[in-house]
Design a protein around this ligand. Structure first.
Ligand SMILES: [Ca+2]
Ligand SMILES: [Ca+2]
Ligand SMILES: [Zn+2]
Length: 438
């Protein structure tokens, strides 16, 4: 990776600006970041591999639990140019994509080929919520904005790793307490005069007993994302060599997979010996380079009695974001186990413990309590683009998309009780209680 980028830059200096094909973008530098971590914490990589044995060795680790886990997220927007200062609506959209993909609520999950039916992932019951209280206890919308004089956080000597963005002293912003918040930095880490080379990275928690996410040495804990690929409604595009990279918000889905311990589906090897540690993901000889080639079956293995084709639909592949739509069952069980056992303070289990979002927008919810139906209207006249209804267990039970400033929700089929209603507008996300009585 380091050699590749260096030679790319050298080529550009020697021969003028080369065409950077979109296929040549290294989608993820997590494996390089893991090796950098190994240098300051010998044994780190082995400990992350041990996580898989630890997970599989105790059957109850895989036990399904209905408990919803709500991860506190802070998104740090670090920008130099105006287009890098992504709107709140882009952040909200990305959070929605995370919840859809980790909840298997994504509409394109139906595109997963039937051959993978025996290993198809379920709803992880992990949900991502922007923090509403910062580390000092002040109200926040979970988004920080930092203007920087740094035009790119790309580090030529560091395998594309952009650790500078994680430090105020180096033009970025210091993390919020990494044992309590999933920190996501969104920035520009393009190679000067060439363009984006790495779209994101994150490293798994170590299985070491002295694992400290707040450690100041090595790779600082959290996720880094190249600004054009954050949010499916991002107005910026990566276009190089006549090819446009189509972003669907799946780079953060992939990187959070690493943050929760997952490895690349092909096991970071170029032969069938590569192993991602997960038993129900088929092996592959190499990454899918942004393609959606469903004809590939590069390695023979037997999962659920069959030799499955390469799983280009998997979020942990390098396939195009338009054909990614699934985790497997074991990947889902594994990330839940990692979250509970290795990052135990980063989530809350009670949706009711999460304060309602206030003062972002005034909505009228009438009648409340509702019987047959309820009408929600946005008092300032802006469009309500989506309404989601959750029960007190935090399960999303209804999603309704919309194009007007008001929306009617049928409640006659809902059981009597308390619900949480979430309203998305192009500029805000708000939550409120809804009571249903019959
Ligand atoms: Ca596997
Ligand atoms: Ca196969
Ligand atoms: Zn990756």
């Amino acid at each position: 990776m380091k050699i590749k980028l260096t030679s790319l830059l050298f080529l550009s200096m020697a021969f003028g600006m080369p065409k950077l094909e979109a296929q040549n973008i290294q989608k993820c530098a997590s494996f390089d970041a893991m090796h950098l971590q190994e240098q300051v914490q010998p044994g780190y990589i082995q400990s992350t591999q041990n996580l898989f044995q630890d997970f599989y060795s105790i059957p109850s680790n895989r036990a399904a639990s209905d408990t919803f886990l709500y991860v506190r997220v802070v998104v740090h927007i670090v920008y130099n140019k105006p287009e890098e200062n992504l709107a709140d609506s882009v952040v909200y959209n990305q959070i929605q994509v995370l919840n859809e993909d980790y909840g298997r609520l994504n509409p394109d999950s139906v595109n997963l080929r039937p051959v993978f039916q025996p290993v198809t992932g379920v709803d992880s019951r992990i949900r991502f919520l922007l923090a509403d209280t910062d580390p000092q206890g002040n109200p926040t919308n979970g988004i920080t904005r930092t203007q920087t004089s740094t035009t790119s956080f790309f580090n030529l000597g560091g395998s594309g790793i952009a650790e500078g963005v994680k430090s105020t002293a180096s033009g970025g912003i210091d993390p919020w307490d990494q044992s309590r918040f999933l920190n996501i930095w969104v920035c520009n880490m393009s190679i000067p005069f060439i363009g984006p080379a790495v779209l994101g990275y994150a490293i798994p928690p170590a299985g070491l007993p002295n694992w400290d996410p707040n450690s100041t040495t090595g790779i600082s804990d959290g996720v880094v994302i190249q600004f054009q690929v954050f949010g499916a409604n991002n107005p910026n595009i990566i276009s190089a060599g006549g090819t446009t990279y189509i972003a669907r918000g799946r780079t953060p889905v992939h990187e959070i997979g690493h943050y929760l311990g997952l490895r690349h589906i092909w096991g970071d090897a170029t032969n069938c010996a590569g192993n991602d540690g997960i038993l129900d993901t088929p092996r592959a000889t190499d990454k899918s380079n942004s393609d959606c080639d469903a004809s590939k079956n590069t390695c023979v293995d037997t999962i659920a009695g069959i030799d499955m084709p390469d799983m280009i639909e998997n979020y942990m592949d390098y396939s195009a974001e338009t054909c990614q739509n699934s985790f497997t069952k074991d990947q889902i069980d594994f990330v839940r186990w990692v979250l509970r056992s290795k990052r135990p303070d980063i989530f809350t289990v009670s949706f009711t413990g999460i304060p309602e979002l206030k003062n972002q927008h005034a909505f009228s919810i009438w009648p409340n309590p509702a019987n047959e139906s309820v009408t929600i209207s946005n008092d300032n006249g802006d469009v309500i683009s989506e309404v989601a209804l959750y029960n007190t267990a935090g399960q999303r039970i209804l999603t309704q998309r919309n194009h007007k400033s008001d929306i009617l929700i049928q409640t006659s089929q809902l059981k009597q009780g308390i619900y949480y209603i979430e309203m998305l507008t192009p500029n805000s996300v708000s939550r409120s209680k809804l009571f249903v009585t019959h």
